[in-house]
Design a protein around this ligand. Structure first.
Ligand SMILES: *Cc1c(COP(=O)(O)O)cnc(C)c1O
Length: 372
């Protein structure tokens, strides 16, 4: 299995990786529904040894991230496999703003006495550098969900770490096209392939990528023993979705900037967060560590939570739905989600899709105006 795009750009790798080269082989990745294989080869049982379909997804994402990948049942399954590496009594450093599932997983383990959790502000680079010296798992998510704060991964990954510590980056919002944490020196990079990699809101999958062979083996063991294996159809669909990731992301992030600029001028909008805006508190860091500013924006409405809920109901083109990273634009009031008490009550998180930018703006503008 090749793990690095050799001499070609990531855009070309996304299209070409995972395909068999032999004459007569199917051009596309084979959809192999198999639990077991004829004994005597490298595979016996798929939960232990993988399948050709999972491996295609691993090759595609691993090559982009710049390491060796493992596919999982979901983003959370991949994340849980990393937490599964922690010994009793260890310390986890977690961002103050991050995916609520990760905060929930960390809190559940802390309650059972497995580890303790220290929260660090995403943009507190000095705080993260200090955490690197004491934590056994340094968990970063950047840009963060849903405040879109960008962490200085370059500086944090270069800081001295406690021996054996894992520095993990949830790279879902950036995708490996916009950010490659392993290149900065992170131990492992995580993708919820449910989001941008899949890109069509029709699957759950996750991928963990690392350059550390021992960690890769340990994550694979964890996948085997907890049964956190991806579905065959899901892995196939994730590869199919990944083929168009570059053009989807390019379109979506250019539209996201246009919408963010227009929202910033809207009288009923009090705050717009998008790393590509010069007004964004971590815009300078974003310019340095990200190759693109992404397709997620969040903004607050003057009229508060009730206006925000009304705006969501008034939309016609943009779907009122959770999740993100797909071809269709979706929007959601995040403080309505349990465990998100730190957020402004009216904060709307929008995942910008690939529709026409003016159509999206007209829909958004009309919904905000009629929700006042
Ligand atoms: C969705 C998401 C996850 C969890 O992924 P699942 O595939 O839903 O398990 C983790 N991190 C981030 C940033 C996400 O957006």
């Amino acid at each position: 299995m090749k793990n690095e795009p050799a001499g070609i750009k990531p855009e070309s790798w996304l299209v070409s990786a995972g395909r068999a080269p032999e004459p007569g082989a199917p051009l596309n990745v084979p959809l192999v529904p198999a639990s077991n294989f004829i004994l005597g080869s490298k595979r016996a049982y798929s939960r232990d040894d993988g399948t050709p379909t999972w491996e295609a997804l691993e090759e595609v994402v691993g090559g982009l991230e710049g390491g060796k990948a493992l596919a999982f049942a979901s983003g959370m399954a991949a994340i849980a496999a990393v937490f599964d590496q922690l010994a009793a009594g260890t310390v986890v450093a977690l961002p103050d703003d991050c995916y609520q599932g990760v905060a929930g997983l960390a809190a559940a383990g802390a309650e059972k006495g497995r580890w303790s959790v220290q929260r660090v502000a995403v943009d507190d680079t000095e705080g993260w550098i200090r955490a690197c010296g004491v934590a056994d798992l340094i968990w970063l998510e950047s840009p963060s969900n849903p405040l879109l704060t960008v962490a200085d991964l370059e500086a944090i990954c270069a800081a001295p770490r406690k021996p054996g510590a894992i520095l993990a980056v949830d790279n879902t919002f950036a995708t490996p096209l916009n950010q490659q944490p392993l290149q900065f020196g992170a131990t492992v990079s995580l993708q919820s392939a449910t989001k941008f990699i899949g890109g069509h809101s029709d699957l759950l999958a996750g991928v963990a990528t690392t350059k550390d062979e021992a960690l890769w083996q340990a994550l694979k063991k964890s996948r085997e023993l907890t049964g956190a294996t991806p579905g065959t159809l899901e892995a196939f669909l994730a590869v199919r979705g990944a083929r168009t990731l570059a053009i989807r992301l390019e379109r979506a992030q250019s539209t996201a900037l246009k919408l963010a600029e227009r929202l910033e001028k809207h009288q009923l909008v009090t705050c717009v967060r998008y790393p590509g805006l010069t007004s964004h508190p971590t815009h300078e860091t974003a310019k340095r560590v990200l190759k693109g500013f992404g397709a997620i924006i969040s903004f607050d409405l003057k009229g508060g939570a009730e206006s925000a809920d009304r705006a969501c109901r008034n939309l016609k083109l943009i779907r009122h739905a959770t999740s993100l990273g797909a071809v269709e634009s979706t929007i959601e009031r995040r403080a309505a989600i349990p465990g998100q008490g730190h957020l402004p009550p009216s904060l709307l998180r929008m995942s910008v899709g690939i529709e026409d930018a003016d159509d999206l703006w007209n829909d958004l503008n009309a919904a905000i105006n009629s929700a006042e």
